[in-house]
Design a protein around this ligand. Sequence first.
Ligand SMILES: *Cc1c(COP(=O)(O)O)cnc(C)c1O
Length: 377
Amino acid sequence: MQQNELKTPYFMINEDKLIENLEKAKQLKEISGVKLVLALKCFSTWGVFDIIKPYLDGTTSSGPFEVKLGHETFGGETHAYSVGYSEEDVREVADICDKMIFNSQSQLSAYRHLVEGKASLGLRLNPGVSYAGQDLANPARPFSRLGVQADHIDATVFESIDGVMFHMNCENKDVDAFIELLDAISAQFGEYLDKLDWVSMGGGVFFTWPGYDIDKLGSALKAFSVKHGVQMYLEPGEAIITKTTDLVVTVVDIVENDKKTAIVDSATEAHRLDTLIYNEPAAILEASEDGEHHYVIGSCSCLAGDQFCETTFAQPLKIGQRLHILDSAGYTMVKLNWFNGLRMPSVYCQRTSGAIEKLNEFDYSDFKRSLSQWSVN
Ligand SMILES: *Cc1c(COP(=O)(O)O)cnc(C)c1O
């Protein structure tokens, strides 16, 4: 398969770039003894898990189907967490997970009897401090429902659980800021942690960012682990998959209304939702900063404000031309939807050998099936 023969829109996951991130994960593990479980809510394209498996220890989840998927397609350690379990979820998940992490003391006491003897028991704590650029993604925001607040903890709980999970970072590229959070947690919760077997610091630590001081992070995690006598975990999602994947689209029209808009055969609302939710414009491979041809890269959905970005090009864009929307792996493929009945992007992987392998493709029948399977009679 040649890239230019593939029908757009499609995602192209690049194995070399993925391995670059994974090598940094390996380095972090070697320095610190931390275990790393992939956060499936960020990236669940299991067709490439064979590439990831040798580097990470397992998966973590945010809902019952992710637990099942992690268990089936990744293996290793399967961590199960949910903000709210039903009893049915707990029964289903308890048999296939290695750690069950409850979000509240009420869920823990309601369901612990279903888990004991099957999986290690954990509780999410909310340290009340965080590092997150946007309020929407800040677990320590006012009235947060994520984890138990320090002043609500019943200290006896630590006699009968095995570990705790904190998650309070979002795209934290600053190692010193993370270490401050570690120190705050050690000071506030240390006496509890000493009684446990494991502590997870959650996700959002962006250790694959260029220039990130992995040694410093690793030493801090190791020191924490020694101080409290616990196995440390991180739950990276975005850090593993960042900058590995392009969403490739075709310009289908160019319109002008004070600004030129190149309309492409994809939409943020359907195929790259976080562009819209977090108002974070995408970057385009073909763009050039000092180019003199200015375009809005507009989507083909009917939502008025749906655009990928505004950027400049050295040459005028042409209808039929392809554009590569960079860094389109994390929180994208897991959020694909059928809004407007648009064509769903296929998913490919470009292997280290250069070969291109197809992982997924969709057609009209998938769209129809997602809407109803049966009609009223
Ligand atoms: C979202 C989430 C993660 C993964 O976060 P990234 O920013 O993708 O690393 C890990 N753990 C928990 C509990 C989460 O909610």
